[in-house]
Design a protein around this ligand. Structure first.
Ligand code: DC
Length: 231
């Protein structure tokens, strides 16, 4: 029997820097495997949005941690897209706003927020059959995941992709500005004390600079099938 549905359902953990193509790739890999897809970055974004709405400074660690504790964050697939719900409200669009992106770093650096969100993420993946992407999924959330992937691409290529993606949504963005923001977030993500972006020693590294989304998906899907066969 080689049907993945009757085999053990594994955890596929994917990390990488901002705009490395993780989310699209992870979502498509999950679809092919018949697994659940969880975008862990959307959870940090949802907490940031909640703080902005309540006028709580994102640097107020205690108050933001309380928000993270009380927030109900859920995901649903609708028409092939992952929708993020915050306390029952669909916030999928709003969490991608430049205001949220600008304010997210102190929230992601908040150790209590990380503890709370990591616990929620582990709960979501405890039965396996999940693809989760983020910054600390291979190192902190699921260090024992059957398949760990680290996706990377040059900052310039990531900025190009982000500008294109924004243009497709009708937003005109300046390449230099986007590149600067990506480099700033790389720095913040890799240097924070808790859950920094690091490459797990046993992660498979995929440089996507010259790969299409289809090629990335195919590579990870094949690796996942091999792991499923091994289980
Ligand atoms: O993947 P993204 O750009 O939507 O993530 C937004 C921010 O959330 C990112 O700058 C760092 C943070 N993040 C994190 O700290 N840990 C994760 N597992 C996922 C995202």
């Amino acid at each position: 029997m080689n049907d993945t549905n009757v085999k053990k359902k594994i955890v596929v953990a994917i990390d990488g820097p901002a705009a490395s193509g993780k989310s699209t790739t992870a979502r498509l890999v999950a679809k092919k495997l018949g697994y659940l897809y969880i975008d862990s970055g959307a959870m940090y974004r949802a907490v940031t949005l909640l703080a902005l709405r309540k006028n709580i400074p994102t640097t107020d660690f205690d108050k933001v941690a309380q928000l993270a504790e009380s927030a109900v964050i859920q995901f649903k697939m609708e028409g092939g897209e992952l929708r993020t719900f915050l306390n029952g409200e669909d916030v999928s669009q709003e969490i991608r706003s430049p205001e949220v992106t600008k304010e997210i770093s102190p929230v992601a650096a908040n150790p209590r927020v990380r503890e709370i969100l990591v616990a929620k993420q582990r709960e979501m993946g405890k039965e396996g059959g999940i693809v989760m992407d983020g910054r600390d999924i291979t190192t902190v959330v699921f260090p024992d995941a059957e398949l760990k992937i680290f996706m990377k691409a040059s900052a310039e290529e990531r900025a190009r992709r982000r500008v294109k993606e924004l243009a497709e949504r009708g937003i005109q963005a300046d390449f230099d500005q986007v590149l600067k923001e990506i480099i700033r977030r790389d720095e913040a993500d890799s240097t924070r004390a808790h859950g920094p972006l690091t490459q797990a020693p046993d992660a498979v590294v995929i440089d996507t600079t010259n790969l299409s989304i289809e090629e990335q998906v195919e590579r990870i899907y094949k690796l996942a099938l091999e792991k499923v066969q091994d289980c």
